[in-house]
Ligand binder design. Structure first.
Ligand code: MCA
Ligand code: AMP
Length: 503
């Protein structure tokens, strides 16, 4: 095949009159029309002088046109680099610089702030707004509706997704066509997606979950999506009768359960509810079954690996577990010290190998070598256990990571910013249980001798460097941080001390 990713996900549907996207206003976009707009965007991008392998960074609101940029990149052999819409200009500057993006597509409202930075780096800027308007759309409107697909191989890069790191510097995970394609095909088969499926899609499309899992699985099956701009309970409940399946982070399910309108009848026609990106509490699983008579299917993945494990479609979906390794994915539990595989039942690091595992971190060979073994096993940093029946459970993390409402937040990145604030001697950032987001961020600050800290002023100052979802929901001032004999901050003690704040 000339371009496996495009040909399989998109090319197979060229000219199809059947619906691909159902929009909240009741309108529908057919596969044929969607792919024509993607082809037009591909013309514009190539016309700007980009060629195969170049990176296209996008920070745009979720819209059909935004998704068409993804399809256009696949067709033109470009590397798609989606960025969280919450990122600040400071954060974006790093991603654009680090990736060497040749084109940056942003919301019109952000153009002026970003243009000097982007142009200073020799890249182009185009705009695409939430309503689909913008310079990209204006130019695309003049372009032909067919585009000659650029040849690519399975080993070529299809996407960069930035994931934060324990050192505070984000890393660009390089995903190949084969990584994305193999996983989408496996998931569509395992979860029995067909052309009849209508997926209720309320996730953002700048992360693996909403983009590669939800969208690619639908494309492989040739089904359609109810494409909502964000998770809004009223809209979800209004649209659910038209859907057959939903994918979400645990917060979606706890919010649904908190709403009395979500009844057994409201869910009765749905064939599948899937959860991932963060731990689904066994309690949520049980409550959901009590309310709807259906069991949520929980699966586990990472940006670097796409999906690794899933509970079964047929068979027992076991609460508190993430199911079995997917077909083609090898999973072992290893001793964190020696890297040796541990006997069944013991807790250790989860390592995975398979066609889903990424190629490495962009221009970070040392970090790649530290996490991706020469034999192809990727060290996830998640601590897990496999029971006698083969079900995998995630019991903790060896990496210092907070997952808030499905967004990953690395404490180090926030600590670096807090440490720079006036009067702060040092800081520790921890995750504490949160009734809506699962976990949330608390910043623990130690003042310099004689200083008194203005926590409101600090909250104001961190707005520039850090996206809103990373902001601590509380700043607490203490005299000193608890340390072990090696001098390491004992975050477990801090987590314990503040565990009731948002529970
Ligand atoms: C919004 N805010 C958040 C979050 N979302 N703060 C912390 N954590 C969050 N996740 C901020 C808002 O900016 C707002 O700020 C305030 O919190 C309240 O927002 P609210 O209206 O309650 O939030 P929302 O807009 O309803 O969003 C919550 C959400 C959303 C629906 C849970 O965060 C979401 O869609 N999360 C999904 C993330 C996801 O797709 N993760 C997958 C990545 P202010 O106070 O200024 O108003 S992980 C992945 O892809 C791996 C591979 C995997 O396994 O899937
Ligand atoms: P990301 O960096 O956004 O790719 O997030 C990946 C991390 O999310 C994993 O390493 C896990 O820690 C976590 N994760 C994803 N799915 C689940 C799940 N079902 N249960 C618990 N943690 C999960």
């Amino acid at each position: 095949m000339a371009n496996p990713l495009y040909d399989t996900l998109f090319g197979a549907h060229v000219g199809r009159a059947s619906p691909f996207l159902h929009l909240p206003d009741g309108s529908t976009i057919s596969y044929g029309a969607f792919l024509e707009s993607a082809a037009q965007i591909a013309h514009v991008i190539i016309g700007l002088g980009l060629s195969a392998g170049d990176r296209v960074a996008v920070q745009i609101e979720k819209s059909p046109q935004a998704l068409a940029v993804y399809a256009a990149c696949a067709q033109a052999g470009l590397v798609f680099l989606p960025l969280n819409t919450a990122y600040t200009t400071d954060e974006l500057t790093y991603f654009i610089e680090n990736s060497g993006a040749a084109l940056v597509i942003v919301d019109g409202g952000k153009r002026d702030a970003l243009a000097p930075v982007v142009e200073g780096l020799g890249a182009r800027v185009e705009t695409l707004n939430a309503d689909g308007s913008g310079s990209m759309t204006d130019k695309a409107g003049q372009a032909p509706r067919q585009f000659d697909t650029v040849s690519r191989s399975e080993d070529d890069l299809a996407a960069f997704l930035y994931t934060s790191g324990t050192t505070g510097r984000s890393k660009g995970a390089m995903l190949t066509q084969a990584n994305l394609l193999s996983n989408a095909q496996t998931l569509a088969r395992e979860w029995q997606f067909t052309v009849e499926d209508v997926l209720l899609h309320a996730l953002p499309i700048f992360h693996t979950h909403g983009l590669f899992v939800a969208t690619n699985v639908t494309l492989v099956a040739g089904g359609s999506m109810i494409f909502l701009p964000r998770f809004d309970l009223d809209q979800i409940l209004e649209q659910m009768p038209k859907a057959t399946a939903m994918m979400g982070v645990p917060t979606f399910y706890t919010r649904l359960l908190d709403d009395p309108r979500f009844t057994r009848e409201a869910a009765a026609h749905m064939r599948l509810f899937i959860s991932g990106s963060a731990p689904l509490l066994a309690e949520t699983h049980v409550q959901f079954e009590k309310r709807t008579g259906q069991r949520i299917l929980e699966r586990y993945g990472m940006t670097e690996t796409n999906m690794n494990t899933s509970n079964p479609y047929e068979g027992e979906r076991r609460a508190g577990t993430v199911g079995f390794p997917l077909p083609g994915v090898e999973l072992k539990i290893t001793d964190p010290e020696t890297g040796e595989a541990l006997p069944q039942g013991e807790v250790g690091l989860i390592e995975v190998r398979g066609p889903n595992v990424f190629k490495g971190y962009w221009q970070m060979p040392k970090k790649t070598a530290a996490e991706l073994r020469a034999d192809g096993f990727f060290i996830t940093g998640d601590l897990g256990q496999m029971d006698a029946d083969g079900y995998v459970s995630i019991v903790g993390r060896s990496k210092d990571l907070i997952i808030s409402g499905g967004y990953n937040i690395y404490p180090k990145e926030i600590e670096l910013v807090l440490d720079e604030q006036d009067g702060v001697l040092e800081s520790a950032v921890i995750g504490v249980p949160h009734r809506d987001f699962g976990e949330t961020v608390v910043g623990v600050l130690v003042p310099r001798a004689g200083a008194s800290l203005d926590t409101d002023g600090i909250m104001e100052k961190i707005k520039k460097p850090l996206a809103r979802f990373k902001h601590p929901r509380r700043l607490v001032v203490v005299d000193s941080l608890p340390r072990n004999t090696m001098g390491k901050v004992q975050k477990n003690l801090l987590r314990d001390a503040f565990k009731e704040l948002f529970a």
